[in-house]
Design a protein around this ligand. Structure first.
Ligand code: PGA
Length: 254
């Protein structure tokens, strides 16, 4: 089992890059860059079609960007957790805001989490508000997302869950949450989890931040924001910058 104090940095490639040659190059660069950094967990989430190019590697760990909740069957265009598992995927992102924008509901996110955890993989649950209102209703929104996503998930499975706080207004906009906002949300998420599972379990769930993370803001988000790592989109496509973010996490690994 992971330790909560080990940072986790995930590169979310989304629908990039365009060829398997460039996917291989990006992956190799990351692999080389992290070879000597042992105290940070690193994962990348390439498009599904590239996953099997990277043959059950340990570092970086392979992550999928989405999954269907059923194992097999007539589901056009979907990929199941058993297929991912078979090619060496260890982690799966669930409930990313892109998927939610395409209609994914909390109920579906919940079904996906159950399937991923049941197969022994790690689920990276994304939560995040559309915008920040002055009445701070976004806290209720995040609480509801967590409650509904985790419905029926046993305490014993929580060590396989990671939560990524990704405010939608910060994704791909160049406007990251402040370290203070990230810290406040981390504490809030821990409170919600404590309510559901008790403090011991809650404090062992890694809480990542995502949304315009780059080599410039990573340090403050880790040290002042106190998050346990990042889900990095755009900057993960630039291997030097992604490795720089991992090195920053290494410097501050406790
Ligand atoms: P970004 O994306 O780093 O490009 O903002 C983050 C994400 O969507 O996971």
């Amino acid at each position: 089992m992971h330790s909560v104090s080990r940072p986790l940095i995930i590169g979310n490639w989304k629908m990039n890059p365009g060829t398997k040659q460039s996917a291989r190059r990006l992956f190799k660069d990351v692999q080389k860059g992290v070879a000597r950094i042992r105290d940070v967990d690193v994962a990348v989430a390439p498009p599904d079609v590239f996953l099997s190019l990277f043959d059950k590697t340990k570092r970086p760990v392979l992550c999928a960007q989405n999954v269907h909740w059923e194992k097999l069957g007539p589901r056009m265009g979907e990929v199941s957790v058993v297929m991912f598992k078979d090619i060496g995927v260890k982690e799966i992102i669930v409930g990313h805001s892109d998927r939610r924008a395409a209609g994914e509901t909390n109920e579906e996110v919940n079904k996906k989490i159950h399937t991923v955890l049941k197969e022994g993989l790690t689920a990276i649950l994304c939560v995040g508000e559309q915008k920040r209102d002055t009445g701070a209703r976004y806290f209720n929104f995040i609480e509801k997302q967590i409650h509904e996503a985790c419905a029926g998930v046993a305490k014993t499975k929580m060590s396989q869950l990671v939560i990524a706080y990704e405010p939608i207004w910060a994704i791909g906009t160049g406007k990251n949450a402040t370290p203070n906002d990230a810290h406040e949300m981390k504490i809030f998420i821990q409170k919600v989890l404590t309510h559901l599972y008790g403090r011991n379990v809650a404090m062992r769930v890694r809480i990542l931040y995502g949304g315009s993370v780059n080599a410039k803001n990573a340090e403050a988000l880790l040290t002042e924001g106190m998050v346990n790592g990042f889900l990095v989109g755009g900057a993960s496509l630039r291997s030097e910058e992604f490795i720089e973010i991992i090195k920053i996490a290494h410097t501050h690994a406790r």
